[in-house]
Design a protein around this ligand. Structure first.
Ligand SMILES: Cc1cc2nc3c(=O)[nH]c(=O)nc-3n(C[C@H](O)[C@H](O)[C@H](O)COP(=O)(O)O)c2cc1C
Length: 148
């Protein structure tokens, strides 16, 4: 079982969420990498059973390069049936994670509901919430592998 946490972050807030989510996944002994979408390789996505994607919200949307990544790179890996999770830091409206989850569902992924949104820089309590999402991802993966 493998998971990947892919993020786009302008000032590090969504990146901090990604690292905390990955540490939650790792704490349950599931193999995981947190990577910037700039560095992610299609084979990393192909190998992953769970894919978490995060972007901060800019102008009421996810950042444009992340939208391109979702529509082109992620869609091309045919992630149907994989476990998905969406997250992101925001300032006031926070649409990006909702839009990411919507795209994941369009691709046939099973997306964890609700998405995880954190206002600005994650506090210690927010980091715990991100770790909790990571644990949830790992537990859902283990459950799926048992029932498969
Ligand atoms: C130019 C600009 C536009 C933004 N637009 C939005 C927006 O439409 N909605 C929102 O919730 N936050 C908006 N934000 C706030 C960012 O989402 C917020 O600062 C976030 O913490 C950045 O996270 P990051 O470091 O992961 O990129 C905007 C910020 C900037 C600088």
């Amino acid at each position: 079982m493998k998971a990947i946490v892919i993020y786009l972050s302008t000032s590090g807030n969504t990146k901090a969420m990604a690292e905390a989510i990955a540490s939650g996944i790792e704490s349950k002994n599931v193999d995981v990498k947190a990577v910037s979408f700039y560095d992610v390789k299609p084979e990393d996505i192909n190998e992953a059973d769970a894919i978490a994607v995060g972007s901060s919200t800019f102008y009421y949307k996810m950042l444009l390069p992340m939208e391109k990544f979702m529509n082109e790179t992620l869609a091309a890996t045919n992630p149907e049936g994989k476990l998905g999770a969406a997250f992101g830091s925001y300032g006031w409206s926070g649409e990006a994670p909702i839009l990411i989850a919507e795209k994941m569902r369009e691709m046939g992924m099973n997306v964890i509901d609700p998405v995880l949104r954190i206002l600005h820089k994650p506090t210690d309590k927010d980091v715990q919430e991100c770790k909790r999402l990571g644990i949830d991802i790992a537990e859902k993966l283990k459950h799926r592998s048992k029932t498969a």
